[in-house]
Design a protein around this ligand. Structure first.
Ligand SMILES: [Fe+2]
Length: 172
C-alpha cells in the first residue's frame, strides 16, 4: 500500500465541513437567534417552576397545577432549540452566566410576588419569548432553513396560546 503524505491525507480524517445548503453566515445568524430563544425559554421555564413552588392564596390549586403544565412544556422545549443550534454547527449555550446575558426575559424575582402578579409576569414573559422567536423567523425563512422555521412556528403557537390563557385570568 502506497504511503500518503501528511498533506494528502489532511481532510480525510475528522468531520467534513457542514454542507447542508445553508451558508456559514446564515447558520451563524440563525444559531445566534436560537441562542436568544434558548435563554429566554430556559429563564421562563425557571420562573414558571419557581412560581409553581411559591404561589399562595385562594387560587393556589388552579395556579400550582397550571404552572406545572406550563413549566413541563417549557422544559421539553429547550432541548429541540439547543439541538437545532448544534445541527447548524454551533455550540449551544447552557450556563446561567450565558443565559443571563442572552435572555430578554428578566431573571426570576427573588421575593415571590402575589399570585396575580405572577400571572402578569408570565404573560409578559411568554409575549417576550414570542417576540424573540418572531424576530428570527424572517432570517430562517430567507436562508431556506425549514426546520428552524418549523420550530419557531411551533414555539410561537405555544407562547401566544399560553399568553392568552394567562391573560384571561387577569381580565374581568
Ligand atoms: Fe411540584
Amino acid at each position: 500500500m502506497a504511503k500518503t503524505s501528511p498533506k494528502a491525507s489532511a481532510g480525510r480524517t475528522g468531520a467534513p465541513p457542514i454542507n447542508i445548503g445553508i451558508g456559514e453566515k446564515d447558520r451563524a445568524a440563525i444559531a445566534k437567534g436560537l441562542s436568544h430563544l434558548l435563554a429566554d425559554t430556559y429563564t421562563l421555564y425557571l420562573t414558571t417552576h419557581n412560581f409553581h413552588w411559591n404561589v399562595t392564596g385562594p387560587m393556589f390549586n388552579t395556579l400550582h397545577v397550571m404552572f406545572m403544565t406550563q413549566y413541563t412544556e417549557l422544559w421539553a422545549a429547550v432541548d429541540p432549540v439547543a439541538e437545532r443550534i448544534r445541527s447548524l454547527g454551533h455550540p449551544a449555550p447552557g450556563s446561567y452566566a450565558q443565559f443571563s446575558k442572552l435572555a430578554s426575559v428578566p431573571d426570576v424575582p427573588t421575593t415571590p410576588p402575589k399570585a396575580l402578579e405572577m400571572v402578569r409576569i408570565l404573560v409578559k414573559g411568554h409575549e417576550a419569548v414570542a417576540r424573540t422567536a418572531r424576530e428570527l423567523f424572517p432570517v430562517a425563512d430567507k436562508a431556506d432553513d425549514q426546520p428552524t422555521a418549523d420550530l419557531l412556528t411551533q414555539r410561537l403557537t405555544v407562547h401566544e396560546q399560553t399568553a392568552w390563557m394567562l391573560r384571561s385570568l387577569l381580565e374581568e
